[in-house]
Design a protein around this ligand. Structure first.
Ligand SMILES: Nc1ncnc2c1ncn2[C@@H]1O[C@H](COP(=O)(O)OP(=O)(O)OP(=O)(O)O)[C@@H](O)[C@H]1O
Ligand SMILES: [Mg+2]
Length: 339
């Protein structure tokens, strides 16, 4: 093992003791698995003969699941509706030993993304969601739930998918409180709230989100560098970790240091949820005492594994350790099903 790999390996052990609070837009990923053998007589569409169905935590719940998978202790704050999908999400998270006591139930549907998959290929995706502004009472319950749990956490993740949980009020209450208690605070941002992510530990936008933050498309490396420096200055945050899809990621720290990390993916089957894995592992590593660069390198290793799996997936400590010790990859082409 190289010295860097050795350090990252030790870090993985410490991660298991870290406590992370994930605040954001919870989703349920629903999968309908089937076979297609004919075209419908009613319209030019395939007929899917359903073989099985499964669910996985999505959005902020996927971030929580990624943290849990690496052994971290995790509590989630977010919204579900009073419907069967909300109940399915709650029981799925509880079965994974993720603390769900901070989840708020509201009079709106649970966000659900249903993928119909036949012969390993997605046939259609059906989304159920409502993004309107939440009633004041619900926003207040979310804030109270977050405030009650910040002290006992080592780190706070804000996972903003723009579905309504992350509001100005919530950020103006949660960020200063977490700062007062010297918690690690990481944000997976959405454009409209950029100026509210003030003085957090780090933001993890992708290329498009970083472009949205500065109001222009980021094409060249110079564009990415300029945008990152602008964000560091404007938001006074500790770091900006810009994820660049197949080009890996680029860490920019307050003070001028930057590290470009190429992807380590060996096989790419499905990039969905790779950003969730990045913020989960990055935060868990910071909570376990890693430097920004070590945390980013570990997150990049994890993302390189997760894109090799079909479906929104997670990484296990065994898979990460195998990567760090350069053992032959244990990644297989496989479908990711519920338990
Ligand atoms: N096509 C790819 N090839 C290799 N690695 C990839 C690819 N796509 C993503 N990755 C890895 O996953 C990380 C995060 O990916 P990306 O920049 O696409 O995040 P994202 O857009 O936030 O994803 P998400 O869909 O989860 O929101 C990258 O930094 C890289 O390490
Ligand atoms: Mg993302």
């Amino acid at each position: 093992m190289t010295p860097t790999a050795h350090a990252l390996n030790g870090l993985l052990t410490r991660c298991a003791k870290a406590k992370v609070l994930v605040i954001g837009d919870l989703m349920l990923d629903e999968f309908v698995w089937g076979k297609v053998s004919r075209i419908s007589p009613e319209a030019p569409v395939p007929v899917v003969w359903v073989q099985s169905e499964s669910v996985m935590p999505g959005g902020a719940a996927n971030v929580a699941n990624n943290i849990r998978s690496l052994g971290g202790q995790v509590s989630v704050i977010g919204l579900i509706g009073e419907d069967r999908w909300g109940s399915a999400l709650l029981s799925d998270l509880a079965a994974r030993r993720i603390d769900t006591a901070g989840i708020v139930k509201a009079q709106r549907p649970t966000t659900v993304k249903t993928r119909v998959i036949a012969h390993h290929q997605q046939v259609v995706r059906v989304d159920r969601e409502q993004r309107e502004r939440l009633p004041a009472g619900v926003i207040e319950r979310l804030i109270a739930s977050a405030e009650a749990r910040i002290k006992e956490a080592d780190a706070v993740v804000i996972e903003d998918y723009g579905k309504g949980v992350v509001t100005r009020q919530l950020l103006e209450s949660v960020i200063p409180l977490a700062r007062t208690h010297q918690k690690v605070i990481t944000v997976d941002p959405k454009e409209e709230h950029f100026d509210l992510y003030h003085r957090v530990t780090a933001l993890t936008p992708n290329r498009a989100e970083a472009g949205g933050a500065v109001g222009r498309e980021l094409e060249s490396d110079a564009d990415v560098q300029r945008a990152a420096r602008e964000m560091l200055q404007r938001l006074e945050c500790g770091a900006v970790l810009i994820t660049l899809g197949e080009d890996g990621m680029w860490l920019f720290e307050q003070g001028g240091r930057d590290v470009r990390i190429p992807t380590v993916a060996q096989e790419v089957f499905d990039v969905a949820g790779a950003g969730d894995t990045v913020i989960a592992v990055f935060t868990l590593a910071l909570a376990g005492g890693a430097s920004l660069e070590q945390a980013a390198r570990l997150a990049n290793q994890a993302a390189g594994i997760v894109v090799g799996k079909l479906g929104v997936a997670v990484v296990t400590p065994q898979e990460l350790r195998a990567r760090l010790t350069n053992k032959p990859s244990s990644i297989r082409k496989r479908l990711v099903r519920t338990r």
